[in-house]
Design a protein around this ligand. Structure first.
Ligand SMILES: Cc1ncc(COP(=O)(O)O)c(C=O)c1O
Length: 475
């Protein structure tokens, strides 16, 4: 019988081995592969330019420490109250969708087929809305469902259903397995990890490269560990690194030998959230999986949370016909149909695929200066000291910052004491355990641009102080 341990096993795949409290299943060959992979990880798109702090003389370091301490004291005295934690759209972005507040409008309650949408029914969601998102998501309309208001909710429910009933191709419910394991590319999305932690699913961290999770490590883990039933993937503009999976990596993920009921949780949350003119070629993961002989492997999730209103948007699920039947069967006992009136007003607001593009271009106009500010301020404040390396994403909602090993928690704490809230260090790793204590997720979308600049400047002071403190303590 399946137990609900609060924490099954700690993260196994660490680069330095020091804080590993349980050996990696499969032994030292994998550990070596993990170390290599981690060093190739994608958290450092921008190269620092100045003399790194750790190459400065003791006298220089002491002078810098005094300088940063003074800056920090001034910062604390300002009594700021700023927030860099929230991966939320700003009010200005929400204004873009205010049409929803008056749509669908009096007398508007039928779809193109003439169905009265005020009533129960229509478990697949409105075909018109499904066809708008079928293109960007690369899922045939017949295999794409438009459902409730949250894709995270769907991911949670799919996992619970898999635990209770098993998935197509599975010999038994996952809860009847002694151990259930998910692979978690790091840095990653904390809410993915929380679902697994809640249900006692073991998480194994896998390093990200610039083009997706390290395929060598994924392949070797899948081949040797049949307890691996799932893997979290944010294939476009990953949270938080902004990495976009290449076709090469996707082909690896869909073809690697694995347990028959292994599933890719393909969370395409940021598929239309571009910040530049570059457009990653959409990858048809379902077709590639079918070609590789594993048609049921990908489970695709997405939503309009960061297109229209988070919490009042529409979530999508796409997969093979067998998986779509499976989820519809599960849902038939949960609900008598989704909120079709909300779906109707989304169709009216967005119109078609081109309408989504136009709408997202308006988001981009608001967001691009904010992401530019992150890069500019880190270049100005951190780069002269070789402190930190960070991503400059071409889309999505986050910047991933790596500070010196062992300094992330201290930098976040110092920022917090100065009134600048930053996502807790470690949040981007399973069990909140960043083995190198270096990764910090920066969320620049919510604050107004001037507040964002103030917060980033203050936060940079905290990083510099944390790094000089650590170096002086070690000399
Ligand atoms: C990768 C990812 N998936 C899912 C979500 C949440 O999506 P939803 O609002 O559809 O539940 C987020 C929100 O930040 C996210 O970053």
């Amino acid at each position: 019988m399946f137990a609900y341990p609060s924490r099954v096993f700690p993260t196994a795949r660490l680069p330095d081995g020091k804080r590993r409290s349980r050996p990696i299943p499969g032994g030292s060959k994998e550990a070596r592969a993990s170390r290599r992979g981690y060093d190739r990880s994608v958290t450092a798109a921008s190269a620092p330019t100045g003399t790194p702090l750790n190459e400065r003389s003791l006298d220089e370091l002491r002078a810098l420490h005094a300088d940063f301490s003074e800056q920090y004291d001034e910062l604390v005295a300002e009594g700021l109250k700023l927030d860099l934690t929230r991966g939320k759209p700003s009010a200005e972005q929400l204004d873009l969708s205010d049409g929803l507040l008056t749509l669908p409008g009096t007398g508007q309650f039928r779809d193109q087929a003439g169905t009265d949408l005020r009533n129960y029914g229509g478990p697949l969601g409105l075909p018109e809305l499904r066809s708008i998102f079928a293109g960007p998501l690369r899922v045939p309309v017949a295999q794409l469902l438009a459902l409730g208001n949250s894709s995270l909710n769907l991911m949670h429910d799919v996992i619970v259903q898999a635990l209770l009933h098993g998935v197509p191709d599975g010999a038994r419910p996952w809860s009847r397995e002694e151990i259930v394991t998910f692979l978690a590319p790091v840095p990653g999305y904390d809410r993915h990890f929380s679902i697994c932690e809640r249900y006692g699913i073991r998480l194994i961290a896998v390093p990200m490269t610039r083009e997706g999770p390290d395929p060598e490590i994924v392949r070797s883990l899948l081949a040797t560990d049949p307890t691996i039933k799932g893997m979290w993937c944010v294939p476009v503009y990953s949270n938080p690194s902004g990495a976009v999976y290449s076709e090469r990596i996707v082909r690896e993920l869909v073809s690697a030998p694995a347990a028959p009921d292994f599933r890719l949780f393909w969370d395409n949350a940021y598929v239309v959230h571009h910040l530049t003119d570059a457009r990653p070629e959409p990858i048809d993961v379902l077709a590639l999986a079918a070609e590789a002989g594993h048609p049921n492997r990908p489970l695709i999730f997405a939503s309009t949370s960061k297109v229209t209103y988070p919490g009042s948007g529409v979530a999508f699920f796409g997969s093979s016909p067998a998986n779509v039947d499976w989820i519809l069967r599960n849902m038939s006992v949960q609900t008598i149909g989704p909120d079709k009136i909300n779906q109707l007003r989304h169709i009216q607001l967005l119109g078609d695929e081109a309408g989504v593009e136009t709408h997202m271009a308006r988001h981009r106009a608001i967001l691009e200066p904010k992401f530019d500010a992150v890069d500019a301020i880190f270049r100005e404040r951190l780069a002269p000291f070789g402190a930190g390396s960070w991503t400059k994403p071409e889309g999505g909602y986050f910047v991933s910052l790596d500070v010196a090993d062992g300094c992330a928690r201290r930098a976040v704490a110092l920022a917090g004491l100065a009134g600048i809230a930053v996502t807790p260090a470690g949040a981007t790793f399973p069990y909140s355990d960043d083995p190198r204590d270096r990764n910090i997720r920066i969320a620049p979308t919510f604050p107004a641009l001037d507040e964002l600049r103030t917060a980033l400047n203050g936060f940079s002071t905290a990083v510099l102080l944390a790094e000089t403190e650590a170096l002086l303590a070690g000399r």
